[in-house]
Write a protein of this length. Structure first.
Lengths: 154, 737
């Protein structure tokens, strides 16, 4: 039995301990916002946060996240009086019209949110080091602009 | 009723009290002859719906794959309609014949007084992407949505609807139409201060016959076109709610993981499924002609069980083919009989009498599309019908494909469209291996089955951008003038003019040899321009240096009869500060090409890293796409095109060994990431000419622009991509000013 919290909700699943978190989220819990891209942690489309840290869920067995707090893209926006309030990162993504096909952006947003939480003013090298997700549409110039717009010293 | 080559409006229909305006044309299709002899033709439409609640729904017959078409096309209709953008809704057209996209017919364009003869002629004579075939379907490709569906269909539909609403208001208010004006979903009669909403007028308006010649706005009167409007698809793409084909969900759904013969064309020989069938969640093992599938209650379980199968594929005559043998085959083909592409003047004679002859052979490898969303398709057979859930660049074409494979009537197949997690040509209806497998697998079940490919499946079973070899000979006369251009290449592909250089050269011999391989090939963003622009613009650069001329000035001097090209080249050079002092160890390379009706020039600023690899710092890109509908979304497309082309130039390489693709995933088919993504400056040169495409034209020039800069830094001419295969040593070349 795998037990962990997803976006604040306790979850208990009768699944194999080696099932990657990605497939537990998508096929067992029906949370489709987290995407499958490569299956080997090479692209970051499946990035979620485990206790606030960015983790590539396609290679993370559920046995390794027992008892942890998982945050997925569905849990990023905050519920305020019954309506979803986008986070500053999500709003910046709209303001800078970042997504194109959008498929990688769930993972991108989870990775960037984790980065800015840990380091509110990342420089270019820190951004490059932390955000290694692939975007095939090449939205990188806008991603960088959006991150910089969120910098607290901007 | 016989209607040929004339625009034709479907009779309007009142639906739910609203105005449903169908804008139709005759079918300019491969069936045209059959239709003419039959005396009747199906009608092809794009649609506009106005509801009693004063909302306008624009039905878009194109897929949204990040290019912004679900925003730009409604903008065009709404602008002509004088609609309030806040009251505009967007729907993707269902995959039924009624919504096939038929506005791109030559007669339609002519009758509307919009002239696109050159492009349409090119399409009409093209070998593999006939205009007729595009018409018949709902294809999203060829950078065509805005310039054709939008310019010829959406604007006309909006303008015709506006005229009908004005007529209805004139009748209701008993005033002449000339006293009425339209603004933000209302018809106003200023003299009496009365106004009626479009919603109030819709059912009256629907009774009028739509004009066959609606008057389109002058550019100065545009209210939406030309403004940066936020894309309607973006909010769902930041909160995880945007649904892609892979996210399809249906009650009782099962999941299929597939192993396909690694050598293309090889067949399944034997399967021992015992170990797989005993695993948790596994429901069935399905054997196909060239593949085997495990179907389970969860994708990961299916994939795990697949690995437990003992599978043998038949040996094939292609088992010995590799990249080197393909290139050798190409070389042999180029020594044989060639097919003429362009013959102007007497290139052979000019080369014979030339003072200097320059020769070079270029080549580029196969490329995979590597769209981020792995290929998938969910199919459900039930009650003699079939439902299909997938993201595709042609809903109607895929519906037809499923019907064909399932041996069903098309009308019994319902296609549910989704956002595409990347298209780039991979999700065109010519690229159907996943669709076929999903259909055949689901036929074994009465519940929905989602067939999902792994990244490895996607990379190894793609329809690849073909590898091409291209040989050049050029001759200068005694006055150092370029007088002869000979280019012999492998495989004429789409677009037909991809190997045509824009430069004025008196004698040209451009010819090609066909050389088939067993590697499946398909359209890859910018199609044949992606290879040929690298060849053409690298070789032109060689010629500039060999004749002691500045590469920018050399090009400009040969563009005397191409003012738009010259203006774009100048704009890119100016933006980049061509010739200025750069940081030590940096150099600039330049390249130019027209594709899909747009002209693009790029200047890349490049240096060599300590490890001998290439670093691209900045790309200055000038584009003339005639006129820009949604400037910020257009800029995204240019940025995307540059990075897509640069990824190919730096890293892109699919190699063949023992008849199969060697690369497996993003680890050995690397992508540009944030750290190596250059700054991109865009300058828009809106010439006011016919609209050009935006999805593809920024992709072709970047490879040559970067390689031309590498030459200046190292003295090494890059004649084969990708650049990752080189370790360069800085050895700067003196260049002419």
């Amino acid at each position: 039995m795998a037990r962990f919290r997803v976006n604040g909700v306790e979850r208990e699943l009768d699944i194999e301990p080696d099932m990657p978190l990605l497939w537990a989220l998508r096929d067992e819990l029906g949370l489709k916002g987290t995407k499958f891209g490569c299956g080997i942690a090479a692209c970051g489309a499946c990035t979620v946060q485990v206790n606030g840290n960015p983790v590539r869920s396609c290679v993370t067995p559920v046995s390794a996240i027992e008892g942890t707090d998982i945050k997925t893209i569905e849990g990023l926006a905050v519920d305020v009086g019954g309506s979803k309030q986008l986070t500053a990162v999500q709003q910046a993504w709209i303001d800078h019209q970042v997504p194109q096909c959008g498929y990688c952006q769930s993972g991108m947003l989870m990775a960037v949110s984790a980065l800015l939480e840990a380091n509110p003013n990342p420089n270019d090298a820190e951004i490059d080091g932390a955000i290694t997700n692939v975007c095939r549409c090449g939205t990188y110039p806008r991603i960088r602009r959006a991150i910089k717009s969120l910098s607290t010293t901007a | 009723m016989k209607i040929n080559r004339r625009r034709f409006l479907l009779g309007t229909t009142v639906v739910g009290g609203g105005l449903l305006l169908g804008y139709a044309s005759t079918r300019p299709s491969k069936h045209r002859i059959a239709n003419e002899s039959a005396g009747s033709e199906p009608f092809l439409t794009t649609w506009l719906r106005i509801s009693e609640d004063n909302t306008v729904t624009v039905i878009v017959p194109h897929s949204e794959m990040g290019q912004g078409v679900h925003t730009s096309l409604p903008m065009m209709a709404a602008d002509e309609l004088d609609a309030d953008w806040n009251l505009v809704k967007v729907e993707q057209a269902p995959a039924t014949d009624l919504f096939a996209n038929g506005v791109l017919v030559k007669g339609f364009a002519e009758s509307l007084g919009v002239s696109f003869p050159r492009f349409l002629d090119g399409l009409a004579t093209s070998a593999t992407m006939k205009v007729a075939e595009i018409m018949n379907m709902q294809i999203t490709g060829g950078s065509s949505s805005v310039r054709f569906t939008g310019e010829l269909g959406m604007r006309a539909a909006g303008a015709a609807a506006r005229e009908m609403l004005v007529k209805a208001a004139a009748a209701r208010l008993d005033v002449p139409e000339t006293e009425l004006s339209t603004r933000l979903n209302y018809v106003h009669h200023d003299a009496s201060g009365r106004s009626l909403s479009y919603g109030e007028l819709a059912s009256d308006a629907a009774r009028f016959e739509p004009s066959s010649e609606p008057k389109l706005k002058d550019e100065k009167d545009f209210t939406l076109m030309g403004k940066s409007i936020a894309r309607v698809d973006i909010p769902a793409k930041v909160d995880g709610t945007a649904a892609y084909g892979i996210d399809a969900e249906a009650p009782g759904m099962l999941y299929a993981a597939v192993k396909t013969a690694p050598v293309f064309g090889s067949k399944l020989q034997s399967v021992n499924a015992d170990a797989a069938l005993s695993r948790r969640g596994v429901v069935k093992v399905v054997e196909l002609e060239n593949a085997v599938a495990v179907v389970a209650d969860n994708y990961w379980r299916a994939k795990q069980a697949l690995a437990a199968l003992d599978v043998q594929f038949e040996a094939s005559e292609n088992d010995q083919v590799n990249s080197q043998s393909i290139y050798a085959q190409y070389d042999t083909a180029l020594e044989g009989e060639l097919n003429e592409d362009i013959a102007e003047g007497d290139a052979a004679n000019a080369l014979e009498n030339a003072e200097t002859v320059v020769e070079a052979t270029y080549r580029v490898p196969y490329l995979a599309h590597a769209a981020m969303e792995p290929m998938n398709c969910t199919v459900h057979f039930h009650d003699g019908k079939c439902d299909v859930w997938t993201g595709t660049q042609d809903n109607l074409g895929i519906r037809g494909r499923v019907a064909t494979v399932a041996e069903m009537d098309e009308n019994d197949v319902t296609l549910h469209g989704f956002y595409l997690g990347g298209g780039f040509g991979r999700r065109l209806p010519t690229d159907v291996n996943t669709i076929d497998q999903a259909t055949l697998i689901a036929k074994h079940f009465d519940v929905p089955v989602k067939t999902l490919w792994s990244r490895e499946d996607d990379m190894q079973q793609d329809y690849y951008r073909p590898a091409v070899t291209s040989k050049f000979r050029a001759g200068f006369d005694a006055n150092n003038q370029l007088v002869a251009w000979q280019n012999h290449y492998i495989g004429k592909n789409e677009p037909a003019e991809a190997a045509h250089t824009p430069y004025s050269i008196a004698n040209k011999d451009i010819a090609y040899a066909d050389s088939e391989t067993h590697i499946p090939f398909g359209a890859w963003r910018s199609v044949a321009h992606s290879q040929h622009t690298f060849f053409l613009e690298s070789f032109v650069d060689e010629l500039a240096h060999r004749s002691g001329q500045n590469p920018y000035q050399f090009r400009l001097n040969m563009l005397g009869d191409k003012p738009r090209h010259a203006a774009v080249l100048r704009a890119a050079a100016q933006k980049a500060g061509w010739g200025r002092n750069l940081a030590p160890g940096h150099a600039q390379g330049i390249a130019l090409q027209e594709s899909f009706g747009s002209i693009v020039a790029q200047v890349a600023e490049v240096s060599i890293n300590n490890d001998g690899s290439v670093k691209v710092h900045r790309v200055s890109c000038a584009i003339d796409c005639g006129r820009t509908i949604n400037p910020d979304a257009a800029a995204s497309q240019v940025e995307s095109g540059v990075i897509f082309g640069l990824t190919a130039a730096l890293y892109g390489e699919i190699t063949i060994e023992n008849g199969r693709v060697q690369q497996t995933n993003f680890t050995d088919y690397e992508m540009i990431r944030l750290h190596d993504s250059p700054e991109i400056d865009i300058v828009s040169v809106d010439s006011g000419e016919a609209l050009g495409g935006l999805g593809e034209p920024a992709t072709p020039p970047i490879g040559a622009a970067v390689a031309n800069a590498v030459y200046i830094l190292t003295g090494q001419r890059v004649r084969e991509l990708p650049l990752k295969n080189y370790r360069f040593t800085a050895a700067p070349v003196e260049t002419a000013v």
